[in-house]
Design a protein around this ligand. Sequence first.
Ligand SMILES: CC(C)(COP(=O)(O)OP(=O)(O)OC[C@H]1O[C@@H](n2cnc3c(N)ncnc32)[C@H](O)[C@@H]1OP(=O)(O)O)[C@@H](O)C(=O)NCCC(=O)NCCS
Length: 231
Amino acid sequence: MKREHMYQPTDLTIVRNHRPVTGLFEVAQTIGFEAWTKRMPNRSKTEIENVFKPNSLKAIEKLQKNTSKKIGRFVSIVAFQGDQPIGYAWASDDVGNMSHFKQRTKRMAGKISGKKPYAWIAQINVLPDYQGNGIGSAVVDELLKPFDQDQKASSYVFDENQLTLQWFKKLGFNPRPAEPVDPNSDPNGPDLYFGDDAKHVLQWRLESPSVTNVRQNIAKRILPEYVVEEN
Ligand SMILES: CC(C)(COP(=O)(O)OP(=O)(O)OC[C@H]1O[C@@H](n2cnc3c(N)ncnc32)[C@H](O)[C@@H]1OP(=O)(O)O)[C@@H](O)C(=O)NCCC(=O)NCCS
């Protein structure tokens, strides 16, 4: 089927939020599950559920707790077709996985030296039926608007998800390092993402020279029409 015969966005609203609210993580479980199931057909339902578990209060709370621990800027987007959430993303200043005290120290040192954290796109997913219509690109554009435009941007993508790796490259992200790495660090240990018995995943780190650079690349693409609501 040709793309022009598929879904055409008509009633698209992009809602931006600046705090990690529960509704975002509910949407994340459902849309993430659908998008990853379709995109990673070699993964079992159990493996996908290790990352996204629709309607799981525990999964929602865990994500919210981990996200709330970070200091710095946080921005999220939920894209709606009418009343239905069809895509979401969130990004934050990347301070790494460290204690609150260390985060503060690192941030302070960065302020003094003028070194800014990466604007890290932590998650982005669009429901399968709505992909390929520019919604993901519009979501990234609106997601990165509130960050300092000279911040570098970063994200991660699994090697088995080549379509998304290519998509990030179109937006100006480059692999750093040049090869994918095992995010579990120990290939014989448990798999962090898909569960203990799962086949180990390789992951690319992607970096863009600046938020401006990503947004300039998006400006060259055909985007759907949408309205923005700020929360
Ligand atoms: C990656 C993702 C968020 C992009 O959102 P999107 O709305 O499809 O993005 P866009 O429409 O702006 O761009 C789609 C581009 O990616 C490719 N693409 C990705 N999925 C596609 C699909 N299902 N159909 C058609 N093109 C697709 C195309 O090359 C297209 O580029 P083109 O417009 O130059 O032809 C979305 O495809 C998705 O959720 N994928 C599955 C889950 C995933 O990989 N999430 C990211 C994990 S890190």
